[in-house]
Design a protein around this ligand. Structure first.
Ligand SMILES: Nc1ncnc2c1ncn2[C@@H]1O[C@H](COP(=O)(O)OP(=O)(O)O)[C@@H](O)[C@H]1O
Ligand SMILES: N[C@@H](CC(=O)OP(=O)(O)O)C(=O)O
Length: 470
């Protein structure tokens, strides 16, 4: 296909040091040299986002020395990369990096003085990772002979709601992004956008949730009507399981938007769960590609799934660190009002429910949530029900899911899952099947999740090459 416009996303691994950045820049340059206009969207250098979260917590806890040490180490890392990419000490890039670290230090000092870390201040701090890597990518592109211009997410036009930490683009975003980036592109300049971040209409910095640079790239892809969005990764593409867990995990050639969303929702870290949503209406494909093997086609994510009829399940994935919150009490849960008030309390707290089940005797409702949300869930539910209902947490759980559009209407898939788990002596705590029939998920003991993933991968022969589909 002859492309005219591509959006390319480079994640933390592809930005981790000068040589990775230089290689990423060369991947963008290859396409620009073929006459394709390219928008580059970058993540923070690997580990920087976690470092920023850690230092913000340290400042809130009163340990300003630890926070400053972390900032100093980060500054050295960015300066070293800039220098290795050819920036002189008095260059605009080095000056900008120095100024950003100074602003970061001041923001962190504010947290320390107040001993208060709001979601809003956390976003301001954590977005520095992407703001600092964008100039490095622009530098690498310029040294490779291109003209480049870096922008923050807000400068690129990404306007979001005020859900700090998990913000969503507002409708006006697409027009703004188009306005702001079209001029840069038509001047023959490659825009480099800091991913993961946007801003509110009042100019406060927001972030789009962990792994959010994928989402930034697809928002920009939709806004500009790109031919495709390419997410470069350190893996071949979206695979039948996490290759760190299953050795013979295989690349999946084609997945539908729906399948990828289910996979991402159920823990496949390879893409942000909402990444494909901007592409669904326009049908713009997303390609997940390997930076180490750029000519390998990777995974094409598009509107239609391709099913070979022999592999109803395409992938197995898991979410770790899950807690099951059990609400029990004889009879009380049979009253519709009581169940409604449980869900209303969850919704007020903006907690994501991974699974829900209610016993047929109506004496028990179980909710699976990320363990990091367990405390808030317990509080919300205890506040919502009367004292005769017992609200308890069972921690150390994992949720395993099988995903594939070929499961629809196919008999025996659930049986295959349960027997694979039974043979591995894995006890199932909860079961759920989405009405879309794109997935079946089970909650199980977290200590058994890797073994269970491997058993399920083998039982559904996910490591095998699928038959050709015409
Ligand atoms: N089904 C899967 N397919 C591919 N990678 C997966 C899958 N599940 C988990 N992963 C993990 O996701 C990682 C890639 O995601 P991530 O590190 O967020 O990418 P990046 O930061 O490069 O955008 C891989 O290294 C891999 O271990
Ligand atoms: N840096 C952010 C955003 C992101 O998308 O990163 P990555 O592309 O490395 O997964 C994070 O760690 O969440």
């Amino acid at each position: 296909m002859a492309y005219s416009l591509l959006v390319m996303k480079f994640g933390g691994t592809n930005m981790q040091d000068a040589s990775a950045i230089r290689h990423s820049a060369s991947l963008a340059r290859r396409s620009v040299h073929e006459g394709i206009r390219v928008v580059v969207v970058v993540s923070a250098m690997a580990g920087v986002t976690n470092g920023l979260l850690k230092l913000a917590d340290a400042a809130q806890a009163g340990d300003i020395a630890a926070a400053n040490d972390e900032i100093a180490a980060m500054r050295t890392r960015h300066f070293t990369a800039a220098q290795e990419l050819g920036a002189s000490p008095d260059s605009a890039t080095v000056r900008e990096i120095r100024e950003m670290h100074e602003t970061l230090r001041q923001a962190v000092y504010g947290v320390y003085l107040l001993r208060e870390l709001t979601l809003r201040s956390r976003d301001l701090i954590v977005a520095f990772g992407e703001r600092l890597s964008a100039p490095l990518m622009a530098l690498a592109l310029e040294h490779s002979g291109l003209r480049a211009h870096h922008l923050t997410g807000g400068e690129a036009g990404i306007l979001t709601d005020t859900h700090f930490g998990n913000a969503k683009p507002l409708a006006g975003t697409y027009e703004r992004v188009k306005d702001r980036l079209s001029g840069v592109l038509s001047a023959g300049v490659t825009p480099v956008v800091a991913g993961f971040m946007g801003e509110t209409d009042k100019g406060a910095i927001t972030t789009l949730g962990r792994g959010g640079t994928d989402f930034s790239a697809t928002i920009i892809g939709k806004a500009l009507g790109a031919d495709e969005v390419w997410a470069w990764k350190d893996v071949d593409g979206v695979m039948s399981a996490d290759p760190r867990v299953v050795q013979d995990a295989r690349n999946i050639e084609v997945l539908s938007y729906g399948e990828v969303m289910e996979l991402a929702y159920f823990g496949a870290k390879v893409l942000h769960p909402l990444a494909v949503t901007p592409l669904q209406e326009s049908g713009i494909p997303l390609r997940v590609k390997s930076a180490a093997d750029p000519d390998f086609p990777g995974t094409l994510v598009q509107a239609d799934a391709l099913d070979d009829g022999r592999h109803p399940v395409k992938a197995v994935t898991a979410i770790r660190n899950v807690s099951i919150i059990n609400v029990s009490g004889a009879g009380a849960l049979g009253v519709p009002d009581v169940v409604a008030s449980l869900f209303a309390a969850i919704a007020r707290e903006n907690i994501t429910l991974l699974m829900v089940s209610q016993s047929s005797s109506m004496s028990n409702v179980s909710l699976a949530v990320q363990s990091s949300d367990a405390e808030r869930t317990l509080g919300a539910l205890r506040g919502a029900v009367t004292a005769e209902l017992l609200v308890e947490e069972q921690s150390g759980v994992a949720v395993l899911a099988i995903v594939g559009s070929g499961m629809r209407g196919q008999r025996g898939v659930a049986a295959g899952l349960f027997s694979a788990l039974a043979q591995s002596e894995v006890n199932i705590l909860m079961i759920s099947q989405g009405s879309s029939e794109l997935n079946i998920s089970v909650a199980l003991d977290g200590a058994q999740v890797e073994e269970a993933t491997r058993a399920v991968h083998q039982a559904f022969r996910l490591g095998e090459q699928p038959a050709a589909v015409h």
